[in-house]
Design a protein around this ligand. Sequence first.
Ligand code: TXA
Ligand code: MG
Length: 325
Amino acid sequence: MPQAATRRLAADRAGIAEAGALLRAGKLVAIPTETVYGLGADAGNPAAVAGIYAAKERPRFNPLIAHLPDLAAAWREGQFGPDALKLAEAFWPGPLTLVVPAAEGGRVCDLARAGLPSVALRVPGSALARDILAAAGCPVAAPSANRSGRVSPTDADHVLGDLDGRISAILDGGPCPVGVESTIVACLDGRPVLLRPGGVSREAIQAVLGRPLAARGPAGAAPVSPGLLASHYAPRAAVRLDAVRIRPGEAALLFGPVPPEGIDEASAALNLSPGGDLAEAACHLFASLRRLDASGAATIAVAPIPGDGLGEAIRDRLVRAAAPR
Ligand code: TXA
Ligand code: MG
């Protein structure tokens, strides 16, 4: 599958126009968003979408998010009930993905939806991303631009480390400011369901809805997100959560001002946010995991991180990173 080297496009008018033209021509282009880099292809072109699954080595039962430049474009792809519309108006553009029934005559192909009657839609908060989507002029399917099962990429070098030679181009928009993927909420029938915590907190969504989100789970009608396999976002090292004491030789991922016991014997240490700010911690999460992994330590010990606000998404990703493989 390795082909010609991947081109690096600049975040200027020429780069945006070129990325749009390549996407329209059915090529694979990595694009920056406010959450993580996405591996984009025309969501209406099954051959291009098949290329995403191949480049990522992603199982085909795992559907993709279609990215659009605005609500008007999303409206053509999905059926928005009152809850979905409220959430779109409150949080788009931004790090929220809505799973809604696919619209009749929508362009997102069956393969991108993995054959489901629903479709995942997102209008990214990054203006650069929206400019690329407008230049492409089609819904753009984009999973995170990493090989399946690896840590999501938050800068262009992470993407090229996983996918160089497998994709036509990457538009380099610098580091991603949010750093964890979008929150996914399904608005199908009944109460909206939180499928994946992410860049918009549960609290903020519930405040807009005026009622609690339903939990995803085996009970009854709640849909599951096929991509939410237990082991995901996996570094090579083992991950040990809620470590209050660092063991000799472990790499340490810290949070907040108080160093844990044993920190002097850590082989490497990074602090996600010395001031204890969860948004800053989310922004640094994936790059820090990659760096500690590259240090060669057998185990990354992670200090306790609160589970409110963006902490829910951070903890979700860390639990997956720690899951047995
Ligand atoms: O922030 C993000 O969401 C990033 C950037 C690139 O936009 N994208 C991203 O995509 O995280 P991905 O493919 O890594 O995660 C998409 C998730 C998967 O867990 C998939 O199963 C779920 O969305 N999904 C997609 N369509 C769905 C559907 N119709 N029903 C339920 N889950 C769906
Ligand atoms: Mg992913």
